[in-house]
Design a protein around this ligand. Sequence first.
Ligand SMILES: O=C(O)[C@H](O)[C@@H](O)[C@H](O)[C@H](O)COP(=O)(O)O
Length: 272
Amino acid sequence: MSADPRVSIHPNSAVLMAAIAARLITKLVDVQDKHGEATVVLTGGTVGIGTLKAVAESPAAPAVDWSRVNFWWGDERFVEKDSSDRNTVQAREALLSALPVDQDRVHEPGSADEFATAEDAAADYAARLKAAAEAEHAADTSDNRPEEAGELPRFDILLLGVGPDAHIASLFPEQAGIRVKDRTVVGVENSPKPPPSRISLTLPAINSAQEIWMVVAGEDKAGAVGLALAGANPVQVPASGPAGRSRTLWLIDENAASRVPQQLIRKDPAGA
Ligand SMILES: O=C(O)[C@H](O)[C@@H](O)[C@H](O)[C@H](O)COP(=O)(O)O
């Protein structure tokens, strides 16, 4: 389990999204130098999508070999595939359609015109994650190759937005999804944030990631951020649950940081 979460505070949401984009580009280049490819788990939401737009506008974006980036989503709305409500549609419009990505490496969760229920789409997404884990395991020639492939491929960076109610992905306070420990993906039928039907990685799946970046802006999130950094129970405060294997980074603006007790602001060692 990673050390305590680190916090990097930026003056406003525009600077925050540009800074996250710069970090993401650099991190993807570093991971590709080490592994030959990189895997990022994207999030929906204002900051999540705004960050992708900032990547698209960055002159440094071509430094990443986008044909060797694997894209997954932390959650998705269970609606028609081409609906503007889809996180994947918004991600394609913001960034992916402008990049030379390998479509075989873009793993979109299922949609309502492909599956009968969110639960069916969740089972399919879990199966595809497991297949990716097995392919990665088979290709691993390193000395520290694990015995078993496991259920999930290596997630190098996993981005998470946070709702005003402290939800992450589509895991909401006190709902069944945040309590699931024995599955990687769940269907959600009663999301308080519309649309109601969704697919979500579970907290154990989220916490399999090497690095988790919590990307949050706005005064309306300050309470959730304060409770999460104070270590509240993840069932009541899902944003308190994420803990990356090597790093958990809160990338927030000053408004979102406004109700975090100063002693809980453990600066990111690299500085803001
Ligand atoms: O599908 C979704 O709705 C998102 O994945 C969700 O978890 C989002 O990240 C938060 O609700 C924050 O969204 P905002 O940044 O727009 O408040």
